[in-house]
Design a protein around this ligand. Structure first.
Ligand code: SAM
Length: 391
């Protein structure tokens, strides 16, 4: 492998990136755009791509973007650093050629990115090699959804996931830490259902001692108001990033959440809808819809993780808990040593090589650690923030 064929790639944000700058291996000249399935070093095939469209958010949830860190002096990415919609479309098209079938737009808060419907419309036109449309979805805090749901649907968005941690207005305002009222998010969920973005998923992060008493109230609201059109999912509070001061004793295990819910509304297990699904599905025994449990702390699901994540500035991350990414923006904006731009086939080859070497299984490894060292500080790692790569 000659040195001039090696493109240095490095994490643009992460302080850990000083040590051992990763590289994209030599790219074969005349590489052809692949259309096969890509498997990583643990046999996991690439299927989902999550694209973060902004690192900014209008909420300051303490478990994600604590105010003390993300304050008025925090330096968010400059506009020039962000991938343009055209760059996102190009990279998405290449990922689809590499096997991606589902794209989720995320952030930060994705609805803060101006004209997001234009990006949705561009991605909605993409087709898999066998001519099928993508499963195109978006994760949002719901604050702007009432205004935007219809336009997003019209642009070609298929589904939406809304994050909501409490029904009680006082608890919700405290958790988002910007005093945002729950009624506006509920209106956003109603608008998404009305626009045909269903089944709408509602994700609730359960933090022991903070919102655990909201579990049954949340379930009651969505069962009674929307039945099967809204699927509530309970997420274990995770040790993502390095700023939220996560501790294991703040995690309410899914098994306990399920037991509390089952006592109020009896549940029956359902089969997974598709491989690699993050949530374990349960149905209400009375037929009024289903709920999900995402247990990345107590039941790591690294074994079939098929997700790649692209940051707003074009860094590719292979794990939610990664410490560094792979700089695809350099390939999109840079040039081959001969001066011409990198071709789609060459970028696809780079992505293929990166994915084939993937061996991340952070949550499984964390599960084997003693609980007392399983804190964000105790881990001794500088993980990337979730607001930077999205959920
Ligand atoms: N702003 C959008 C939203 O609120 O959905 C998208 C980005 S947000 C980072 C994506 C998801 O990550 C949200 O559902 C949020 O609750 C979840 N999240 C953030 N930090 C988390 C943590 N420490 N543990 C579990 N989930 C977390």
């Amino acid at each position: 492998m000659s040195e001039r064929n090696i493109i240095a790639i490095h994490d643009l944000r992460n302080p850990a990136s000083g040590a051992g700058i990763p590289e994209i291996p030599a790219l074969p000249a005349g590489a052809e755009l692949s259309s096969g399935l890509l498997a990583d070093s643990l046999g996991r095939t690439l299927h989902d791509l999550r694209i973060s469209v902004t690192d900014r958010c209008n909420f300051r949830c303490s478990y994600c973007m604590p105010k003390e860190v993300f304050d008025k002096d925090y330096r968010f990415l400059p506009q020039t650093a962000l991938l343009s919609f055209e760059e996102m479309l190009r990279i998405a098209r290449i990922f689809v050629a590499c096997g991606v079938r589902k794209i989720r737009l995320t952030g930060g808060e994705p609805l803060l990115r101006r004209h997001l419907e234009d990006l949705v419309a561009m991605l909605a036109n993409l087709r898999t090699p066998d001519g099928a449309p993508l499963d195109l979805t978006l994760t949002t805090n719901g604050s702007l959804l009432a205004r935007k749901a219809a336009a997003l649907r019209q642009a070609g968005l298929r589904r939406v996931t809304v994050s909501l941690d409490a029904m009680d207005d006082r608890i919700f305002r405290a958790m988002n830490d910007v005093d945002f009222p729950v009624a506006d998010v509920l209106a956003g969920i109603d608008a998404a259902v009305a626009a045909g973005l269903g089944p709408v998923k509602v994700n609730m992060v359960v933090k022991r001692g903070t919102n655990e008493h909201e579990i049954v109230a949340m379930a009651r609201h969505f069962r009674e108001r929307h039945g099967g059109q809204v699927v509530l999912r309970f997420i274990e509070y995770m040790d993502v990033g390095a700023t939220n001061g996560w501790r294991m004793d703040q995690v309410l295990p899914s098994a306990e959440v399920r037991a509390r819910l089952h006592a109020a509304f009896p549940l029956m297990p359902l089969d997974a809808a598709q491989p690699g699904e993050t949530a374990e599905r349960w149905a209400y025994a009375d037929g009024r819809g289903e709920v999900g449990f995402i247990s990345s702390v107590t039941q790591a699901f690294c074994g079939d993780c098929n997700r790649a994540r692209l940051s707003t500035e074009g860094q590719l991350y292979l794990c939610l808990f990664a410490e560094r990414g792979h700089d695809l923006r350099s390939l999109l904006r840079g040039a081959h040593p001969s001066g011409r731009p990198w071709s789609d086939a060459e970028i696809a080859a780079a992505i293929g090589l990166i994915w084939q070497r993937r061996d991340d299984r952070y949550s499984q490894l964390r599960a084997s650690q003693p609980a007392e060292t399983a804190t964000t500080e105790g881990s001794g790692r500088r993980r990337i923030e979730m607001s930077y790569i999205g959920g």
